[in-house]
Design a protein around this ligand. Structure first.
Ligand code: B12
Ligand code: SF4
Length: 462
């Protein structure tokens, strides 16, 4: 029997939307923990639920008992609770980690979990597993980075665990223990390019106030150029993807690091197409874009969020609208596709702010733009700001942080109209020269959406 069974609550085949998009990646956190524990002599089993059915996991749980470690994020609350319940029925000790359980330790303990690991899981798990074996789940006093319930049922929060100072000291994610090739194949079948994810840093020091910092806090730690490039080389040799995705929070956060990494890749004759995400203000140099292009960057995602400076400032985004405009044009000039992430419905947003966003995206003409209606994640500045107006329509166990309703905010239908306004306006500008008649139709559709929103806004204010 293994010392720990690691799994997560994401089942691709239950996710209709993702079945259309089909851009699955394995959860790196679990793979990091597996590699770290195995290096320390622990026996680790991974049940990667992505391509599995829930019943398969439940069948596995029925076969033996031991310690199960489950990754949590805000989308997987219900499946995680179901896994915890099934595991408990079969006599397992349940340990949860990741951002969601860090935000709701008491709720998860109440729902049957035995231990919540807050923060990085590697060293905590290495200390926790022997402690569980020796003392059981109710006597974990002193195991830093954990929350548990003692014999009397009282919740005990141990001190924080010190973060790993040298990220090069931990082994690379244990991709060999899952069916990594299947992820690459799925990507290749659907998008013509097999893809593998990796990270070169942990944590982000910026304070955008809707963003969850539950795991890494506001720290920022980087791996060395050499260690990152060596992992990339290994990925290419082992899985032969056509691209990688650097899942860093802000890939171009440190320009000296970026330039050094590019040099290291060149030295190894390694030019791998990739996509990644950044902030416009960390792209404000032609040298950065030029380097990204030379390294193989074919698409950069920019968290643009809003075209209204007032809203950006309210979000504590720390970026100027003009920087977004500059960065998108500069990326395109260097042959890099641009994806823009946008957010509707941040508190205080008026129709003029939406107009500013439409105007910005029209001018930027990104290759892709994606919108979300802002939702308050627990323990973020946005959550605290909106706290008095947040309403939970469903019980905690049946909902996610995405289901919180903010009183006084417009309906989903309203933001669907915002999408229609945006998409039609951006498309009209794109085809203007080539097809003026079609552009006029698009513009008329944009106007209709805008007018229907204005009518709703006027009604709400009246
Ligand atoms: C890559 C990524 C994605 C990818 C996921 C692909 C994948 N499987 O990796 C995609 C684009 C699909 C995605 C989607 C979403 N994401 Co996302 N994503 C990330 C991102 C940028 C990196 C994840 C990563 O690889 N981290 C690196 C590893 C090393 O860190 P880690 O996973 O946290 O693991 C460590 C600890 O958490 C802990 N740990 C992890 N698992 C376990 C398990 C046990 C048992 C233990 C003890 C410890 C433990 O130890 C690990 C190692 O130290 C994070 C931000 C971040 N920097 O982490 C956001 C993040 C996880 N995503 C977030 C969100 C909100 C989403 C979406 C809901 C967005 C949306 N609106 O649709 C969706 C949800 C998708 C879904 N259905 O589950 C939030 C989660 C917030 C929350 N409270 O849950 C984060 C934190 C971003 C943020 N800062 O707000 N995401
Ligand atoms: S949104 Fe991006 S830049 Fe802002 S705090 Fe989160 S990870 Fe950092």
């Amino acid at each position: 029997m293994s010392d720990v069974l690691l799994t997560h609550g994401y089942f691709l085949f239950d996710d209709e939307k993702e079945m259309q998009i089909m851009r699955p990646y394995p959860t790196l956190g679990l793979l990091y923990i597996s590699a770290f524990l195995r290096r320390g002599g622990f026996d680790v089993e991974i049940f990667d639920s992505t391509f599995a059915r829930r019943q398969q996991l439940f069948d596995r749980l029925a076969l033996s008992r031991g310690v199960i470690g489950i990754y949590t994020n805000l989308m997987t609350r219900r499946p995680v609770l179901d896994i915890v319940a099934a595991a408990k029925r079969h006599g397992w000790t349940t340990v949860l980690g990741g951002p969601e359980s860090a935000n709701y330790p008491v709720e998860y303990l109440r729902a049957g979990a035995d231990v919540i690991v807050v923060g990085e899981g590697e060293s905590t798990m290495a200390e926790l597993l022997p402690a569980l074996a020796a003392r059981g789940p109710q006597r974990l006093h002193g195991v830093a980075g954990t929350v548990f319930r003692d014999d009397s049922g009282a919740v005990v929060t141990n001190p924080e665990r010190t973060k790993i100072a040298d990220l090069d000291s931990i082994p690379w994610p244990d991709r060999g223990r899952i069916d990594q090739a299947r992820y690459v194949d799925v990507w290749r079948d659907k998008h013509g390019m097999g893809s593998v994810n990796m990270i070169t840093a942990r944590g982000c020091p910026y304070k955008c106030n809707w963003c969850s910092h539950a795991v890494f806090g506001y720290t920022h730690r980087r791996r060395s150029h050499v260690d990152s490039a060596a992992e990339l080389q290994h990925i290419m040799e082992a899985y032969r993807p056509d691209q990688v995705w650097y899942a860093d929070d802000v890939f171009t956060i440190s320009h000296p690091w970026l330039f050094g990494y590019a040099q290291e890749l060149k030295r190894r004759n390694l030019r791998v197409p990739f996509e990644t995400i950044s902030r416009a203000d960390r792209m404000m140099k032609d040298g950065v874009l030029e380097t990204l292009a030379e390294m193989g960057c074919h698409r950069i995602w920019i968290g643009s969020e809003s075209g209204s400076q007032r809203i950006l400032d309210g979000m504590q985004r720390g970026v100027k609208v003009d920087q977004v405009l500059w960065a998108t044009h500069a990326a395109k000039r260097h042959g890099i596709q641009v994806g823009m992430f946008l957010m509707w419905g941040y508190p205080g947003e008026q129709i003029e702010d939406i107009a500013a966003t439409v105007d910005l995206v029209r001018k930027c003409q990104p290759d892709i733009h994606l919108t979300t209606v802002a939702y308050p994640i627990k323990n973020t500045g946005f959550f605290d700001k909106a706290a008095g107006a947040i309403v939970a329509d469903k019980p905690w166990a049946e909902a996610t942080d995405r289901d919180y309703r903010i009183q006084g905010r417009h309906s989903r239908a309203y933001y669907k109209q915002a999408d229609s306004w945006l998409n039609n306006e951006v498309e009209a500008a794109r085809i203007e020269q080539r097809d003026p008649a079609q552009a006029a139709l698009r513009r008329a559709a944009a106007l209709r959406a805008r007018q229907s929103m204005a009518a709703v806004a006027a009604e709400t204010e009246a």
